[in-house]
Design a protein around this ligand. Sequence first.
Ligand code: ATP
Length: 458
Amino acid sequence: MTDRTETASEIKADLETITSLAKRRGFVFPSAEIYGGFEATYDYGPLGVELRRNIRDLWWRSMVHQRQDVVGIEAAIVTNPRVWEASGHVEVFHDPMVDCLKCQARLRADHIEDNTCPNCGTVGQFTEPRNFNMMLRTNIGPVESSESAAYLRPETAQGMFVNFENVQQTTRRRLPFGIAQIGKSFRNEITVKQFIFRTREFEQMEMEYFCHPDESLDWHAYWKKERLRFHYSLGIRPQHLRLRDHTPEELSHYSKATADIEVHYPWGWGELEGIAHRGDFDLTQHSKFSGKTLTYFDPETNEHVVPHVVEPALGLDRTMLTLMMDAYDEETLEGGETRTVLRFAPHVAPVAVAILPLSRNEKLVPTARQVWEQLGPHFRTQYDDAQSIGRRYRRQDEIGTPLCVTVDFDTLDDQAVTIRDRDTMQQERVPLTGLVTALTTRLEALRPAVPSHDEIAV
Ligand code: ATP
């Protein structure tokens, strides 16, 4: 286990550095770049999708597969618009906006400092604040009218509430239990900057935990700790994370408690995940709007209760950005050369093991191919034979590959290869017969240490 609190304490990457690395190495591209891109919209490249897949899988494993009290669903992105009336999104889901009278920029009223337009610098010349609905609207069917209007979901959470009864009955769950979902959400955000931190199309990983009202505050406290543990398990350094309880003024009218897990970004502390206590608001609203009673019958007390809900809600894109920024490191080597390293945890890294033949010599290639075939079923591998071995090591460092396996001419005689460690740059000769075990042991040793639930103070 690695204790990463001992390594660098600063986030060393600014957004520009990460944006450029992300493009150069194929993590994130500006969307439709050949057309000049599209504001705050991104496409994920070959390494980006691997990183995202790892994060999604780790979230799903910890929230669903490794628990007996949580199940998953996938609900529709465009659903009955009544859902959004019930949830309050049609009415309330907006930010007060103002227009600058000089440059016409539309700005969030609460983002204007010192009464100055951040776009053109004009002071005090704004329209009155107006509410602006952030849902993206579309139309279903051939005729565009108010009756055919529908919305792209602004959050995945409502899919769990409207399926509460279906899931509870088909799985015969007793309280407490949770419903989890991963999927795309859409918000017509006005202030979009900071790369993939805030975009109009993004992916969420959310779980609604239904529990007895008397126990809901205890469950909220429980999930705060569990969610923090998850971020430690991804390898985000503890000193870059904090839990912040919302002040009473910040709480929604229905919420008894909400906390954010925040990250110390170069521009200040920002929300990575929200852990909200939503009370019985959503189930009550959907009962009212659908005419269907959404309660839980407790067989022990013979009572019908409306469960209360605790909701940990995390953004995938924001997690990806956080991991890249947190993992970024620059190191000056003995010769004065600078080495860029993404110090990803091994289970997060897009590539876990790179196989590098020393050269493209025809004597080496069949053996190197065999090694790749041997490792492929066990690890996320990449076979790289372009350019000098030194440059390939640097490239793997820059994309965060923890281990490289080098096949050289000696391999043909001694049936052994060299394992090179990303962080220490040390090399070790290992026989081909025990290679899978040797790599597994090393990758395991690189996984971050995660404190137990009770060790976390919140
Ligand atoms: P913010 O205050 O940053 O707008 P929020 O409180 O509205 O976020 P929630 O509705 O609680 O966000 O959504 C849960 C999570 O989804 C957030 O913590 C964040 O990680 C992610 N998220 C929300 N909006 C966006 C967005 N526009 N782009 C990327 N991720 C987002």
